[in-house]
Design a protein around this ligand. Sequence first.
Ligand code: BT5
Length: 249
Amino acid sequence: MRDQKANQSENWQIRRVSETGSTNTDLLAEGAQGAPDRTVLRADYQSAGRGRLDRAWEAPRGANLLVSILFRQVPAHTHVLTQAVALAAARVAREHCGVDVVMKWPNDLLVQNEKVAGILAQAGPLDTRGVPAFVVVGIGLNLEWAPPGATSLAASGWTQSATPDEFLLSMLPCIDELLALPLEEMHERYVVQLGTVGMRVRAELPHDQEVVGRATGVEADGRLIVLDECGVTHRIDTADVVHLRPAVD
Ligand code: BT5
């Protein structure tokens, strides 16, 4: 396995490996060994890339961005970190590559309702106050390749291409900027980018349950608010959300 320092900046310790199992798994292990805040690990290829709920994340060697970031400055609501990574990726897709990306709750990036990126956040061990010592946020973003049913920035007609390194190096200062914002402003930016609010959605919950209704907002703690057909409001922590159509009511 090739392992080289790709870049060192003031805030970020960036490493690139040609191949690994999962960059998230690696950084969770490195975090337990004391790896510093804002350690970044990017792989050209993952042999065991992970999605949420132990699903697989696929990408051919070198085609897409596969990267994880370790944060030791963990805010009270850890989802702020995933939101910052998602917002930064959406901004680079738009400003660097010319592709308008919509976010789907909690942290998927879509182009025309097809997934172009997914995020997996995993917490390290909890300290005595119940706060994780660190959080690892991994993003897989399809630059050049996508599986059937998903899309890539290339297939979405990017006006300017980006290599995984170029995309990553553009994202990192955006993450710094977003995490420096007051929490309310960060929340507002997230909600504005979120295509989910105002849509009729199906939220597929754990244990084969589901809620269908209108997504009306997101709580400060990251939970999605869905008003179902019976007028019952649900505050949803964890689910796979399907955008059905814009809500008319
Ligand atoms: C996610 O999970 O969307 C989170 C993906 C996070 C991947 C990154 S890559 C760097 C870091 N290291 C890791 O090991 N993981 C992170 P989820 O919402 O559960 O979506 C997973 C589902 O997306 C799979 O079951 C497939 O159906 C689909 N999928 C797999 N590869 C895909 C791709 N390249 N593009 C779009 N969809 C994909």
